[in-house]
Design a protein around this ligand. Structure first.
Ligand code: ATP
Ligand code: MG
Length: 542
């Protein structure tokens, strides 16, 4: 039950996770229960692996890593696309009480070094596609003792995963996991998306992950109770190196939902996978919702098996939400809201579309308050301000940056989100945009997300990103970067007039429209508005 009391919105009560529990032990027990059933299937190759496969291989690897010197609290970095070895390695590290640090596979050497210097890993796992980059970044770092590559061919000096897996251990049967303190011990350092700057290393604990798994169970139970349709097969498309993809996949595995995974988004493959594997559930990011709402290919596929689609990570407009249902027959796309610092899931919409545009109500055990960005005063229903959250999912801190961690919390333990939003009388939240992204036009604050959502409704627009163009008199002027629909001859004038006809004067595209081929986005589907701003300053200096 969601309650609104004293301008604080609270989620349902939650049963706290006992501190002695470890995430590794929980997964270990669930894998055992899964037995020989299919756990994960690669949509790329069609290969399927059982829960037993993951159990046996992860124990084997854990024993090998311990022989190679892995101790409780040691960091192990992992840079890989979604593949079976990713899951085996994560499990093995967690069983040993190690700290898993996943690296985005698109990181430049500079970004890799930035994170490695924060986490100081003893072991680094890499897949062939990232191996050269990773090796170049860490070959001179004295704290890295072993680099281990997945796959069959030697790309770089170091150990081969497949060779390590050939080693047989005689103590597999009586393997016992390293004891941890679930509340205090870090299980993973997950990187924030790096939308506003360099990524931050967010330390999450065993209890954080266990709590999120419990929440997923609660969400799935509520959804299935309502619809009475079982969720048997899920599709994992979000990269596992991001907390959103990582924890969703482990939570689904723990619930014994068979997962079909993809390495990257590619329109036809995505649709074909849903159709062929009769996918019931998937998590997406807004650009994928736009694809479903607008791309001609979508109409050629039977997506009728898909009855749960959850979307998060960036603003999703209610128009796109409605368009997807109307066009594809997929049930209402549910929105969730979260941040890495709060183990991803802060709010989830469990309705069937009664609150379009909302990202739902607070998760169990969570409290949210909305503060006025100037006065800091607690705000009431329908009033926009910055969201602050208090949650059992709160991170332990940023690794290597205590000052930044401390600055994020207030005296009552609420975490500053940097996001602007509001709640309605029933405690449903609506995210407007990030505080940092608001365009300041004269005395007004303009949310780029609102303009982007409107532009996307135009038939000539395939994608859009809006930022503020610096202006001496007004401060900033909204300017749009637009990717036109194929074969469209939409003009700048047409789009300026279109926006002017729909929105109040402060929101008009006074900075103009620039047509480009692609809106820069990061792996979690967020528009990299700082890159759009860089394009603007480059144009200016020409
Ligand atoms: P960084 O902190 O490194 O700049 P980031 O904030 O994008 O990157 P994440 O932790 O992956 O890194 O993302 C959390 C942010 O994503 C939230 O603070 C919010 O701005 C945005 N977000 C998540 N879900 C939603 C949603 N449903 N609607 C709007 N924005 C969302
Ligand atoms: Mg952030």
């Amino acid at each position: 039950m969601t309650t609104v009391h004293n301008n604080i919105v609270s989620g349902p009560e939650e049963r706290p996770i006992p501190a002695h529990l470890s995430f590794g032990q929980y997964l270990f027990d669930q894998l055992k229960k899964g037995g020989d059933r299919a756990a994960l299937v690669s949509a790329e190759t069609g290969e399927s692996k059982s829960y037993n496969f993951f159990l046996q291989n992860s124990v084997n690897l854990a024993l090998t890593l311990q022989e190679l010197g892995l101790k409780k609290g040691d960091v192990v970095s992992l840079s890989s696309e979604n593949r079976f070895e990713f899951i085996v390695t994560s499990l093995a590290v967690i069983y040993c009480g190690g700290v898993l640090s996943t690296l985005n596979i698109t990181y430049s050497p500079g970004e890799i070094i930035h994170i490695l210097n924060i986490t100081k890993p003893k072991f680094v796992f890499t897949s062939p596609i990232t191996a050269q980059n990773v090796y170049d970044s860490c070959k001179d770092l004295s704290y890295v003792k072993h680099i281990i590559t997945f796959g069959d061919f030697d790309v770089i000096p170091g150990l081969m995963y497949n060779d390590l897996m050939k080693k047989e251990h005689n103590n597999v049967e009586d393997f016992s996991l390293v004891d941890v303190n679930g509340v205090e011990d870090t299980v993973a350092v997950m990187c924030s998306s790096g939308t506003t700057g360099l990524p931050k290393g967010v330390m999450l604990t065993h209890v954080n992950f266990l709590t999120l798994c419990a929440h997923y169970k609660y969400y799935f139970d509520s959804v299935q109770e309502k619809k009475n349709v079982p969720i048997v097969t899920g599709l994992a498309l979000i990269p596992w190196f991001h907390a959103y993809g990582f924890i969703t996949t482990f939570a689904l595995m723990a619930m014994k939902i068979r997962i079909v995974f993809l390495i990257r988004f590619e329109g036809e493959k995505f649709l074909e996978t849903i159709q062929n594997y009769k996918i019931n559930m998937t998590t997406i990011v807004p650009p994928l919702a736009v694809f479903l709402a607008k791309h001609p290919l979508v109409l050629k596929y039977d997506l009728s098996s898909l009855h749960e689609v959850w979307c998060g990570a960036a603003p999703l407009s209610s128009e796109i939400q409605k368009a997807v249902t109307k066009r594809t027959g997929i049930d209402f796309i549910k929105q969730g809201y979260g941040l890495t610092e709060a183990t991803m899931a802060c709010c989830v919409d469990l309705t069937s579309g009664e609150k379009v545009g909302s990202c739902g109500t607070p998760a169990p055990g969570m409290k949210i308050k909305v503060l006025d960005i100037e006065s800091g005063e607690k705000l009431g229903v329908e009033q926009e301000g910055e969201l602050w959250i208090k949650t059992p999912l709160r991170m332990k801190g940023y690794m290597g940056d205590k000052a930044a961690s401390d600055a994020l919390f207030d005296g009552e333990g609420y975490v500053r989100t940097g996001d602007i939003g509001y709640y309605d009388k029933d405690g449903f939240f609506y995210i407007v945009d990030r505080l940092k992204e608001l365009i300041k036009y004269k005395g007004f604050q303009v949310a780029p997300a609102e303009l982007e959502a409107l532009l996307l409704q135009h038939s000539g627009v395939a994608d859009a990103g809006v930022v503020g163009l610096p202006d001496e008199l007004a401060g900033e002027l909204p300017i749009a970067f637009v990717v036109p629909q194929p074969n469209s001859n939409v003009t700048e004038k047409e789009l300026i007039e279109y926006v002017a006809s729909k929105l109040s004067p402060a929101k008009h595209l006074r900075g103009g429209v620039i047509f480009i081929n692609e809106i820069p986005k990061n792996a979690s589907g967020k528009i990299l508005r700082r890159e759009l701003r860089t394009m603007l300053s480059k144009q200016k200096s020409k």
